[in-house]
Design a protein around this ligand. Structure first.
Ligand SMILES: [Zn+2]
Length: 367
């Protein structure tokens, strides 16, 4: 991509109104975009009102490229947005999308708001390669009395290239090894089969877990629960229940059983699309995602700062113990975690969590 002296146009959060406001100025321009933060995405408050529609709007405006302001502090740039915006199909965004560190982005914004005419010259030397093969790495500890029933615990193996991907998601992938090691070292055998999956290609659209679910459709009735760790190595506060209010009692009981060693309380209900539980959620299977302190993760993941020195061993051990403690109880409790939802119930969960439109545009709405 080579652009010489192209104008920059501010589109704020990228709503239809904001596009209308600058509609005569966007052709051939850079769109300076304040994209949603992780917090906004996780709480369903994405002000760009559905990321994929935003990309379509950006393309239709005739702009040359998107200039997305990083939600990381100061000069830390981040990766991933150009594809992330496209949902769950692993497709490139319909127009070039560049990330710009926050300070540089805010400077441009101030200049534009002050009425200055800003132009940029940009040279990008990346290449889009051919399709590659990636793998899901799977291991399991067979169950004893309920071996045909499966509890899945997962994280993802891939990461963005700016740092080492330690918080996102080395921490989650390594937690699987540690939980499996601890179960073996204690010479325990779970009643239900416990399957450990380090999914591939999560970052480019949950492709590994999607493929895994599609390939193993016939066993969905036997999957009793899916637990995911994907938000770093900081303290665990509880779990995201992804809209499953019917799981609250059981989750709360399992969390209390881990006292006094672990003090878990939090249960977040707002469902979101963002990690490898999602295609299981669409199948109606009960899913839990570890709810961790996001303060540092939000700043660090997908950046050059995502390196091993950011891990506090004590907090990380707490997170692994929390995940392992839940997995163990779900694998052994007679009632498991909860029931599988019908398609109707899944549709109503998506509706009440504001995800229906996203899931429909991604083409994966349960029919
Ligand atoms: Zn991740």
């Amino acid at each position: 991509l080579r652009l010489t002296e192209s104008p920059v146009v501010l589109i704020g959060k990228g709503s239809t109104d904001e596009f209308d406001h600058v509609k005569d100025k966007t052709r051939g321009a850079f769109l300076l975009y304040e994209r949603p933060t992780l917090g906004e995405l996780l709480t369903g408050k994405d002000p760009g009102t559905e990321t994929r529609k935003f990309f379509e709007r950006a393309k239709a405006s005739g702009a040359a490229a998107l200039l997305s302001i990083a939600d990381k502090p100061f000069h830390l740039n981040d990766a991933g947005y150009s594809i992330f915006g496209q949902g769950v199909e692993g497709k490139l965004a319909p127009l070039p999308a560049l990330n710009i560190p926050r300070e540089e982005g805010l400077l441009l914004k101030r200049l534009l708001e002050g009425g200055a005419a800003v132009t940029l010259r940009v040279e990008v030397d990346n290449v889009v390669g051919k399709a590659a093969i990636t793998e899901n790495v799977v291991a399991e500890i067979p169950g004893t009395t309920r071996a045909s029933e499966v509890v899945i615990v997962g994280g993802h193996l891939d990461s963005w290239e700016l740092g080492n991907g330690v918080l996102d998601n080395g921490a989650g992938a390594a937690a699987l090894l540690e939980i499996a090691r601890a179960i073996q070292a204690l010479k325990l055998r779970p009643e239900r089969t416990t399957r450990f999956i380090a999914f591939g290609a999560e970052e480019i659209g949950l492709l590994g877990s999607r493929a895994y679910v599609e390939k193993h459709k016939d066993e969905m009735d036997r999957i009793r629960a899916v637990l995911i760790m994907d938000t770093g190595a900081d303290k665990v506060l509880g779990f995201y229940l992804q809209g499953r209010t019917d799981l609250e009692q059981t989750v709360s009981r399992f969390m209390s059983a881990l006292k006094p060693a672990l003090d878990l309380k939090q249960m977040e209900q707002q469902a979101f699309i963002g990690t490898d539980d999602f295609f299981y959620l669409l199948q109606g299977i009960p899913v839990l995602i570890e709810d961790q302190d996001l303060t540092r993760y939000e700043q660090i993941h997908h950046t050059a700062a995502d390196t091993l020195d950011k891990v506090n061993p004590q907090d990380y051990a707490q997170g692994i113990a929390a995940l392992g403690g839940m997995v163990w109880q779900i694998a052994n409790a007679p009632e498991g975690l909860g029931k599988r939802l019908t398609k109707d119930q899944v549709r109503s969960l998506l509706r009440s969590n504001g995800l229906e439109n996203d899931v429909k545009t991604y083409g994966v709405y349960p029919q």
